[in-house]
Design a protein around this ligand. Structure first.
Ligand code: GLN
Length: 228
């Protein structure tokens, strides 16, 4: 028999934006491997479903569109569960708690509370929760396709601060000693994996994998591997 075209039943396609360390990033010996916490979760989900995982890397802002166009089966991309997104996708049980962090250049002492964000020039990642939140504090927000580009702007003194999720912010901080973080009073955010609305079977199998990884120690092992 000749193999057919199109998406194979043996393959589960996960969409991600691999600019969000330690959840998803490009690395490895070859320098073009997509790795991270979410990718390991996705691999286990595919394995438990008896399928091979294929990773599609795209802009964060394109993930929900790609999901609903059937180009990917699910999203694993440090995506915060929000009511707005729940209108267009179904989320798994929350699998990670995060918050927004402020990054500034080390000599900047002007930001000590959320009031100090008023009308500051803020760099964010396009379509992120940080993007949406920044606009509630300031009219002067510039959005980039990646957090990395937002951090570059900060290092070049083109913006006052970057507003980004805690774990990738810390990861960027570790590589940029001229920066520091400021912890402000932001709400907790919960990451979920997303499937197209009504894909109950896939959603159930994702939740089953998450649950068993939490009870058998594999989830904690991933936290130790990527966050410590
Ligand atoms: N957690 C943030 C959001 O959902 C950022 C995610 C990301 O950039 N990968 O918008």
């Amino acid at each position: 028999l000749l193999a057919g075209c199109g998406k194979s039943d043996d393959v589960l396609v996960v969409g991600t934006n691999a600019t969000f360390p330690p959840f998803e990033y490009v690395g490895g010996v070859s320098g073009d491997e997509i790795k991270g916490f979410d990718i390991d979760l996705a691999k286990q989900i595919a394995k438990d479903a008896g399928k091979t995982l294929k990773v599609e890397n795209m802009n964060f802002d394109s993930l929900i569109v790609a999901l609903n166009a059937g180009k990917i089966d699910f999203i694993a991309s440090g995506m915060t569960i929000t009511p707005e997104r729940q209108a267009s996708v179904d989320f798994s049980a929350p699998y990670y708690e995060a918050t927004q962090l402020v990054l500034v250049n080390k000599d900047n002492t002007s930001i000590n509370s959320t009031d100090d964000l008023k009308d500051k020039h803020i760099a964010v990642q396009l379509g992120s929760t940080g993007d949406i939140m920044a606009k509630t504090y300031s009219q002067n927000v510039t959005a980039f396709n990646t957090g990395f580009e937002a951090v570059m702007e900060l290092k070049n003194n083109k913006v006052d601060l970057v507003l980004f999720d805690s774990e990738p912010a810390i990861s960027f901080l570790n590589k940029n000693p001229q920066l520091k973080m400021v912890k402000l009073d932001f709400d907790a955010e919960f990451y979920g994996l997303a499937v197209p609305k009504g894909k109950t079977e896939l959603l159930n199998s994702i939740n089953t994998t998450l649950k068993s990884m939490k009870s058998n120690g594999e989830y904690d092992a991933l936290v130790t591997k990527y966050m410590k």
